[in-house]
Design a protein around this ligand. Structure first.
Ligand code: SF4
Length: 725
C-alpha cells in the first residue's frame, strides 16, 4: 500500500507526547502502598535498584532499595521520576490500525490477522528476507532471545538487528577481537580500589550518574583522574588532567600516550610475554605517534599527552573506562582497540582495582547484545556463520541447522535495503529510528517506501506514526524478566502491575504471532521464566554462558555475573584473573591501530565539527522521558553548545537562535554559549524529533566492522538565524 501522510496534529493530540503531564495529587504522599516491588530503573545500563510503590494496581511512586549493592538506594533524576511513565495518558491501550485519516482502535484478532496476512503476502511474493525485524537493547534478556528466535524460526528471515547497533557494537567487536569475550572486565566495585582512572569519551556524570559515586570514592582513596573528551564534562571538571581531544582523533591520542609509555619503558614486559600476542606490531605502529605529531593530529598539547602517560605509569593499579564518545565513529572498533592496547601493554587487567570496561548506555545494553537479536549472532554470543555454533543452537531450537538463516543486514543497512527495494516489510519492537538513526531524511524516505510496517510499542513513537499496525505493548515494570547490567551482572526485573486496558506484554504478542504463522510448537512458553530457562540452556558452553543461572539464584545473590556455567558456580564478577583470556590460546591479542580521519572532516564550506550526545534528564530517543513533565522541565529543548570564541565570531549569545547546516539537513536551535567545549566543535543532544533532531545533520557512514554510524563527527556550518520562531 502507498504511504499516506497522517494528520500530525490529531496524532499528537491523542497520543502525545504530552509534555506537561503531572501525576494526580497525592500519589506519592498519601496513603500506604498495597505493595513495594523490588526491581530496577530502566533508563541506563547501571540498572539501579528501586522499589516501585503500587496502590490500586497502579505504580504511584517509589522507595529506595538500599540493600541493592550497586546504588544502595541512590537514584539520578531519571530514576526518581521513572514511575511517572506508568499510567501516563499517552499509553497505547489497544491495537491500532492505520486508516486514511489516522488510526483506529481494533481488537487483537483483527490486528494480528492483518499482521500475519501481510507477513505471508510479502514473504511469498518477495522471499523470506524481504521481511526485516528491528529490535531494542532496552528489552529484557528474555525478549532479546525471543526476538532472535522469532526472526530465524517463525519468519525465517536473516534480516534482524537491533538499536544496540547504534550504541555498543564497536566496543563489543573490539572486546571479542582483543579478549575473545565481550563484557566489562571488572565490576564497578573495583573502581574505588584503583589508583588511576582514565575516562575516554564518557560523560559519566550525565549519562550514568550513579557511577560518579564510584569515582568519588576512588578519589577519596587517592586515585588520580584523567578525562579525554572534546567537552569539559562535569566529571572532567574535577579531573587531575583533562585532554580536550578534537572529535574523531581518539585512536591517535591513545597511540600517543602508549608511545610515551614504551619510549620510557613503563610497560609490563612480563605480562606482555606471558599473556599476550601481537605486541611487536603495536610497538612498531605507535613509534610513529610522537607527542608532537599526536598533538598536531588531536589538538591536545604534547605536554598533556606526556603527563597522561606519567599519571598512568605512576599508578600501581589503573582502570580505563570508555563509552560512546570513542565508539560512535567509522573507526569505533579501532578506537576501542587502541584503548585496550594501552591496558595490555601495561599489564593493567585482571586484578582488583585494575582493568577495563565499556559503560553500556541502554537499559540492557549488555544483555541485549548477547542473546541473538543481532544479524551476526546466535544465542550465547555465538556467531551466526560458525558451523558448530549453528549446530548447537539448531539442537536447542529443534530445527535443522540448514533452516537457520545466515548473516543478515544491520540496522542502517536494513534502511538502505528498503530504499533498494529488497526489504518490503518491517517488524519493530521498541526502536525509534526516526529519532535515533543518522540522516533523518533518509530514514523517513525509507519508512515511506515500506509495503507493510508493524510496531510493538507502549507509546506512540515518532516512527510508529508511519506504521500500518501498532500493537500496544508493555513497559519494563509490566513484565517479568532479567537484564544484564553494564558490569555483567544479571538482575531480576519484576512485574509491578499488568499492562493497562487491552495492552499486552510484548513476549505474549510475539508468541501469538508465531502461533498464527504455524510455528507455535517452537514457542511453547507460558511465562518469561520458561524463556529464560531455554535461554540459559542455549547459552551453555557458548562465549556468553548463563547455564548456571535461575531466577531464584539471581534474586538470592542480588544478581549473578556471567560466565556462570553451572548451578553451583558463584558467577564471575572479575574477568581475566591470572592473565587468562577467552581466546583459544588463552592470550589477549594486541591489534595495531593506524589513525584514520573521520568519514566527513571539516572543509571550507563546512568548517565546524558537530558532535552529539545525551543530557542527564533524557533517555535515548525520548519516547518515554520526553513525556515525563519534571524531566522535560530540566532541559526542555535541544540547544547548540558552542564556545565563546565561536559565538563571538558569529555574533551570537546564549538564547539566540543559530542555524546549523550539514550536507544532509538543517536545524535551527537556541545557542548555549559555554567555555566547556572546544572552539572548533559544537554539541547538540540527540533526544528530540522533527525539526529539533540532531540526526538531521549526522552522517550515515559506518564502521566497517561494527557497522555503527558516525554520530560523533560530522562537518557543519553555523550562522546566527535571522528570526526567532
Ligand atoms: Fe536509572 Fe541509570 Fe539513573 Fe540509575 S544511573 S537511576 S539506572 S538512569
Amino acid at each position: 500500500m502507498a504511504y499516506l501522510p497522517l494528520p500530525e496534529e490529531q496524532i499528537i493530540a491523542r497520543y502525545g507526547p504530552h509534555l506537561n503531564y503531572e501525576p494526580p495529587d497525592g500519589w506519592q504522599a498519601g496513603g500506604a502502598p498495597d505493595r513495594l516491588v523490588k526491581t530496577h530503573c530502566c533508563f541506563c545500563g547501571v540498572q539501579c535498584g528501586i522499589q516501585l510503590k503500587v496502590r490500586d494496581e497502579k505504580v504511584v511512586g517509589f522507595e529506595p532499595w538500599e540493600e541493592f549493592p550497586v546504588n544502595q538506594g541512590k537514584l539520578c533524576p531519571k530514576g526518581v521520576k521513572r514511575y511517572l511513565q506508568n499510567n501516563h495518558p499517552d499509553r497505547l491501550l489497544s491495537p491500532l490500525l492505520r486508516t486514511d485519516t489516522g488510526f483506529r482502535e481494533a481488537g487483537w484478532g483483527e490486528a494480528l490477522t492483518r499482521v500475519v496476512d501481510n507477513i505471508r503476502r510479502i514473504q511469498q511474493t518477495y522471499g523470506k528476507d524481504a521481511f526485516a525485524v528491528l529490535s531494542g537493547a532496552s528489552l529484557t534478556n528474555e525478549k532479546a532471545y525471543l526476538m532472535g528466535k522469532f526472526a530465524r524460526v517463525a519468519l525465517g528471515t536473516a534480516n534482524i538487528d537491533y538499536n544496540g547497533r547504534l550504541c555498543m557494537v564497536s566496543a563489543g567487536a573490539a572486546n571479542r577481537l582483543a579478549f575473545g569475550i565481550d563484557r566489562a572486565a571488572n565490576p564497578w566495585s573495583d573502581i574505588p580500589l584503583t589508583d588511576c582512572v582514565l575516562v575516554a569519551g564518557s560523560n559519566i556524570g550525565e549519562c550514568f550518574p550513579i557511577l560518579t559515586d564510584y569515582l568519588w570514592r576512588a578519589r577519596d582513596n587517592g586515585a588520580t583522574l584523567i578525562v579525554i573528551d572534546p567537552r569539559l564534562t562535569p566529571v572532567g571538571r574535577t579531573a587531575d588532567l583533562f585532554l580536550p581531544v578534537r572529535p574523531g582523533r581518539d585512536s591517535a591520542l591513545m597511540n600517543g600516550i602508549l608511545h610515551v609509555l614504551i619510549a620510557r619503558d613503563w610497560i609490563d614486559h612480563d605480562f606482555i610475554a606471558a599473556h599476550t600476542v601481537g605486541f611487536a606490531a603495536v610497538r612498531e605502529t605507535v613509534a610513529r605517534y610522537t607527542p608532537q605529531r599526536t598533538a598536531e593530529i588531536t589538538g591536545v598539547p604534547a605536554a598533556a599527552i606526556i603527563r597522561a602517560a606519567e599519571l598512568w605509569a605512576e599508578a600501581e593499579n589503573s582502570l580505563l573506562l570508555h563509552a560512546r564518545g570513542i565508539e560512535h565513529h567509522t573507526k569505533g572498533v579501532e578506537n576501542v582497540l587502541s584503548c585496550i592496547n594501552l591496558v595490555l601493554a601495561t599489564g593493567r587487567i585482571g586484578r582488583p582495582g585494575c582493568g577495563y570496561g565499556t559503560i553500556t548506555g541502554q537499559g540492557n545494553g549488555q544483555g541485549g547484545r548477547e542473546h541473538g537479536q543481532r544479524c551476526n549472532q546466535l544465542p550465547g554470543g555465538r556467531d551466526i556463520d560458525n558451523p558448530q555454533h549453528r549446530q548447537e543452537i539448531a539442537a536447542v531450537w529443534g530445527v535443522p541447522e540448514v533452516e537457520i538463516p545466515h548473516l543478515g543486514l544491520t540496522a542502517v543497512e536494513i534502511m538502505e535495503a528498503i530504499h533498494a527495494g529488497t526489504v518490503k516489510g518491517l517488524f519493530m519492537l521498541s526502536f525509534n529510528p526516526l529519532v535515533s538513526l543518522p540522516d533523518v531524511a533518509r530514514t523517513r524516505a525509507a519508512l515511506e517506501k515500506l509495503e507493510f510496517y508493524v510496531a510493538i510499542d507502549p507509546f506512540m513513537s515518532e516512527t510508529a506514526r508511519y506504521a500500518d499496525v501498532i500493537l500496544a505493548g508493555s513497559l519494563q515494570e509490566e513484565d517479568e524478566g532479567t537484564v544484564t547490567t553494564g558490569e555483567g551482572r544479571v538482575v531480576r526485573i519484576r512485574q509491578a502491575v499488568q499492562p493497562p486496558a487491552h495492552a499486552r506484554v510484548d513476549w505474549a504478542i510475539i508468541v501469538e504471532i508465531a502461533q498464527r504463522l504455524g510455528k507455535g510448537n517452537f514457542f511453547p512458553y507460558a511465562e518469561p521464566e520458561n524463556i529464560f530457562r531455554e535461554l540459559c540452556r542455549a547459552s551453555a558452553g557458548g562465549p556468553v554462558d548463563y547455564a548456571g543461572m535461575t531466577y531464584h539464584r539471581i534474586e538470592q545473590h542480588n544478581g549473578l555475573f556471567w560466565p556462570c556455567p553451572a548451578k553451583t558456580h558463584p558467577g564471575t564478577p572479575r574477568l581475566f584473573e591470572g592473565g587468562i583470556f577467552a581466546h583459544p590460546d588463552g592470550k589477549a591479542h594486541f591489534h595495531p591501530v593506524e589513525y584514520r580521519p573521520p568519514a566527513e572532516d571539516v572543509d571550507e564550506d563546512y568548517p565546524i565539527i558537530m558532535t552529539s550526545g545525551r543530557v542527564v534528564s533524557q533517555y535515548l530517543s525520548g519516547t518515554q522521558t520526553r513525556r515525563i513533565g519534571p524531566l522535560v522541565d530540566q532541559y526542555p529543548r535541544p540547544q547548540v553548545e558552542l564556545h565563546p570564541q565561536l559565538a563571538e565570531t558569529l555574533g551570537v549569545k546564549t538564547g539566540d537562535l543559530v542555524r546549523v547546516e550539514s550536507r544532509r539537513g538543517v536545524v535551527t536551535l537556541p545557542a548555549l554559549v559555554v567555555r566547556t567545549i572546544r572552539p572548533d566543535t559544537i554539541f547538540i543532544p540527540y533526544h528530540w524529533p522533527g525539526e529539533q533532531s540532531a540526526n538531521r545533520l549526522t552522517n550515515r557512514a559506518l564502521d566497517p566492522i561494527s557497522k555503527i554510524p558516525e554520530f560523533k563527527v560530522c562537518a557543519v556550518r553555523v550562522s546566527k538565524a535571522e528570526t526567532n520562531p
